[in-house]
Design a protein around this ligand. Structure first.
Ligand SMILES: C[S@@+](CC[C@H](N)C(=O)[O-])C[C@H]1O[C@@H](n2cnc3c(N)ncnc32)[C@H](O)[C@@H]1O
Length: 401
């Protein structure tokens, strides 16, 4: 649990004041209106069954509903992430806001931000979640928030256009409704999954499409319904999996598993390793056949796969070989140096391509916020331009400056 001060755990008001202070200290809250909203809305009233310390923890979610495998399908999002996203959204009094993915608490924060002249609609695909959100909202004095049961893939046409659309489940794509229901000067804040990693991205309109310079790593429960992610996954062996959304990437389970038993080759780039989220965005957009390698703690502890794969690491795969990023301490490269581990008959060729990207990023793009992310709806150009990811309803393009 994140420590949020010395307040007695029985006093929700003191815990809330501590939470706001800590969110400011950690730069999740950077504006007065967002701080005031967090200070006012009684967060624990939206998590009535959770211990107060959990309800007011900065980084932990509060479970609301699980699927038959015990995986979360609805949670009250972590306060830190909610702060970051509300700052990205830049909500003003009087605005009309649509939240996709309900729970009640975030909608109440938004209601505070838009004030009595604004309007908030929150939609969830799950009736249980909407019923629960409705009860909590009414109980906490936010009866004016409108709740809707529907698949958010279609937005909520009744009420459009919205000045802000805030999505609170991990979206694999941006359906046409989210763009058409956005006001001319509107902003869409969406945790968009691109090549296996989800980032909260604040998009503004840009001609027919959307553009963003604001992106932050984010973890969310997955979007259900029409827009659910369609990724391919291959379990190579217990505790090792490869996943990709790129149709051009071969996922030959047997050959990749055999590759892991071939000698492990290690190569060092001589380049600095830091800002992992920035580097990862660059890598996944530039690797010619990008995938993500995941390994369990057991597998890492017995030395088969590097610790970089514990949370998933960008990997370059061919029919029978795999290469992925690692790091080591090196004072000559500002603390850490990036490197590549590769297995299989084409290990050296894959490692070579990977090392070039590590060096290029460190030399030209190693800073926070170096990328601009664009979403262009419609038919994808053929061939697909470099730095571009094909989605169902359009393409994501990332450029570095
Ligand atoms: C992280 S929870 C929302 C948290 C909430 N905004 C809060 O105040 O903390 C994500 C929600 O998205 C919902 N969801 C998933 N897919 C959806 C879809 N296609 N349309 C609408 N809601 C969806 C889930 O049912 C879940 O309740």
């Amino acid at each position: 649990m994140t420590a949020i001060g010395d307040s007695t755990v029985h006093d929700p008001d003191a815990l809330r004041a501590d939470m706001v202070r800590a969110l400011r200290d950690q730069d999740a809250i950077t504006s007065e209106p967002v701080a005031a909203a967090f200070a006012k809305v009684p967060r624990h009233r939206f998590a009535p069954d959770a211990p107060l310390e959990l309800a007011y923890d900065l980084h932990r979610t509060v479970p609301v509903k699980k699927d038959e495998l015990g995986l979360d399908i609805s949670v009250m999002s972590a306060a830190h992430l909610q702060g970051v996203m509300l700052e990205q959204a830049d909500i003003e009094p009087g605005m009309k806001v649509l939240e996709i993915g309900s729970g009640g608490y975030n909608a109440a924060l938004i209601q505070e931000l838009v004030g009595s002249d604004g309007a908030v609609t929150t939609v969830d695909i799950d009736r249980d979640i909407v019923d629960r959100a409705r009860l909590c909202l009414d109980d906490a004095g936010y009866g004016q928030v409108k709740t809707v049961v529907a698949d958010g893939e279609a937005g909520v046409p009744d009420g459009a256009p919205y000045d802000r659309i805030i999505v609170t489940a991990a979206a694999w794509d941006i359906p046409p409704s989210w763009i058409s229901e956005l006001a001319a000067k509107g902003r869409l804040v969406v945790p968009l999954t691109v090549r296996g990693t989800t980032r909260s991205i604040a998009f503004d309109r840009d001609g027919e499409g959307l553009v963003s310079d604001s992106y932050r790593l984010a973890r969310f429960v997955p979007m259900q319904g029409e827009g659910a992610a369609k990724e391919r996954k291959a379990l190579l062996r217990d505790g090792v999996a490869v996943q990709t959304e790129d149709v051009r990437v071969p996922l030959n389970t047997e050959a990749l598993n055999r590759a892991l038993d071939t000698p492990r080759l290690e190569f060092w780039s001589g380049a600095a390793y830091d800002l992992p989220d920035e580097l990862e965005l660059y890598l996944t957009l530039h690797l010619s056949r990008p995938a993500r390698l995941h390994a369990s703690r057991d597998i890492v502890e017995n030395g088969l796969v590097e610790a970089s794969a514990l949370l998933g690491v960008p990997a370059l795969v061919s029919e029978d070989s795999i290469a992925y990023r690692t790091r080591r301490e090196n004072e000559d490269t500002d603390g850490f140096e990036s490197g590549v581990v590769a297995h299989g008959p084409q290990a050296e060729a894959l490692a070579d391509q990977y090392l070039n990207l590590l060096r290029h990023w460190a030399q030209d793009h190693r800073r926070r916020g170096a990328a601009t992310i664009r979403y262009l709806p419609g038919t994808a150009p053929s061939p697909l331009p470099q730095n571009t990811v094909l989605k169902r309803h359009g393409i994501v393009t990332v450029t570095w400056h």
